[in-house]
Design a protein around this ligand. Sequence first.
Ligand SMILES: Nc1ncnc2c1ncn2[C@@H]1O[C@H](COP(=O)(O)OP(=O)(O)OP(=O)(O)O)[C@@H](O)[C@H]1O
Length: 353
Amino acid sequence: MGNASVGIEVRNVVKHFDNFAALDGVSLSVAPGELVALLGPSGSGKTTLLRVIAGLEFPDSGDVLFGGRDALSMTARERRVGFVFQQYALFRHMTVAQNVAFGLDVRPRGARPARAEITERVRLLLERVHLQGLEKRYPQQLSGGQRQRVALARALAIDPSVLLLDEPFGALDAKVRKELRRWLRNLHDELGLATLFVTHDQEEALELADRVVVLNKGLIEQDGSPQKVYDSPATAFVAQFIGDTLTLPVQVTDGQAEVLGARFPAAPGTPEGRAVAYIRPHDVSVQPQGTANGVTAEVISITLSGAVLTLRLGIRGLGELDAIVSRQDVQRFDHEKGSIVTVAATQAYIFSD
Ligand SMILES: Nc1ncnc2c1ncn2[C@@H]1O[C@H](COP(=O)(O)OP(=O)(O)OP(=O)(O)O)[C@@H](O)[C@H]1O
């Protein structure tokens, strides 16, 4: 270990497959020591962007810089990218130690460290990913989470200049994913590399990253802190993609629209007239009828979802809407199936139709 970490800069990258623009002019940067999540739905271009950065795909136009140097003129090997894939990345017929050593073993003789040095490096790497003692196991003798940690150790073995992770926890169950998220965050902080982490899981992106870049159809919709992306979605796509939003039709007048009894500003540039309000179930308040401003609704069902309850509400003329409320509120207000309640939005995002 020991090569200085470098930042990644992507400038206006375009990549077509036939006539289809997988990347349609993408710019982003990842500073040394920064962990950036690239978040987007399936097919939005996330993997393509990682492959362009890694040197596995060549862009039609645009630039990729590592530490200010033109990376497009370097081969994939010269870029020294640590890459972790979603799954199937380990060699089944090789032990854990052989898998981790792979990137060093395949180097030409002059550039290959001595056997003893490789063995020692593998030992240190396995310690770093908390898998010491498992050198002789084969991948099928490991849990999914352990396999991905081996994959990370293998990516680190080449002493990478940057780290690219393509849905590394995508195939794991929710509990393991959460544990590995924290573990990865700590490891990233120790390493101080520029890390770009691809995910389609908004919760993972918001919890893990210093910055979230939302990609849709080959274009960046928003690039900002997790809080900014969550609290101030820049586009209708981000509003809809983050936070399990519900939509309601609204009318914009004087740059505002009434949503469930309260007025909220429309996004800058939203034309007057028909528009769409995006509301998160957490931003819907449910009170006993007549005790607050809002609209009248009927509780259609109540579902327990962990520490909170989801109330499905029927609003005449508008349809159905979910509200997430605390158990205390449900008890305090005595909400039950069939109750008539007053519903109000505490936050809403309004974009053109
Ligand atoms: N080699 C290729 N040839 C043709 N089309 C491709 C190729 N690679 C990717 N694409 C297309 O480019 C688009 C972006 O693909 P990409 O794999 O980058 O998306 P993604 O956001 O990583 O999706 P997922 O989350 O499903 O992996 C998709 O429509 C895909 O079908």
